[in-house]
Design a protein around this ligand. Structure first.
Ligand code: FES
Length: 174
């Protein structure tokens, strides 16, 4: 037990040291030129040929519609979430699409309507569909690839790209 307490103390010291470094970093950030501070990170969007995935009439609120994009070997879902979200398409900005292959080790993800997440049965990673597929728990080291969607005036939904590397592919090139 004594050994454990020592380690806890050491951990606390390291944490406090880290806090000091972070404070110094924050202070340094305040003297950056305005142009550098204004720079926004850009999405790593990779364009694929546009594919028609469905029509808005095919979607029911908060129910996943299985699709595949950019090819038949890449399963995914379309979702109409009911609230405007990042990357959302359509008149209400609430239609999104994601790969359903877990970016950790490729297990198929399942949708949970209760909290609008995609969940992995492999090692339990969870991805928030209302936050652009952001990983909210688990083993994966990247967010879920989200489709860039376009909806035409007939309500047809097209995917035109993906914003993360698809699992199992060395690059986002067909
Ligand atoms: Fe999904 Fe490991 S395969 S968390």
């Amino acid at each position: 037990m004594k050994r454990c307490n020592s380690l806890i103390d050491a951990g606390r010291r390291q944490f406090l040291t880290g806090a000091g470094v972070m404070t110094a970093g924050a202070a340094a950030a305040t003297v950056l030129p305005a142009e550098a501070r204004a720079a926004e990170p850009t999405a790593a969007l990779v364009k694929y040929p546009a594919n028609r995935l469905a029509n808005v009439k095919d979607l029911k609120a908060n129910e996943p519609l299985d699709v595949a994009y950019p090819d038949e070997d890449a399963p995914g879902v379309l979702l109409k979430l009911g609230t405007r979200v990042p990357g959302g398409a359509g008149p209400d900005g609430d239609i999104v699409g994601f790969s359903t292959v877990c970016p950790h080790k490729g297990y198929p993800l399942a949708y949970s309507a209760g909290d609008k997440t995609l969940n992995c049965p492999g090692h339990y990673s969870r991805f928030d569909c209302e936050k652009g597929g952001q990983q909210v728990w688990g083993q994966a080291t990247q967010n879920l690839p989200q489709y860039a969607l376009r909806i035409d005036d007939k309500g047809d939904i097209y995917a035109e790209g993906v914003d993360e590397l698809l699992y199992g592919r060395l690059s986002n090139v067909l």
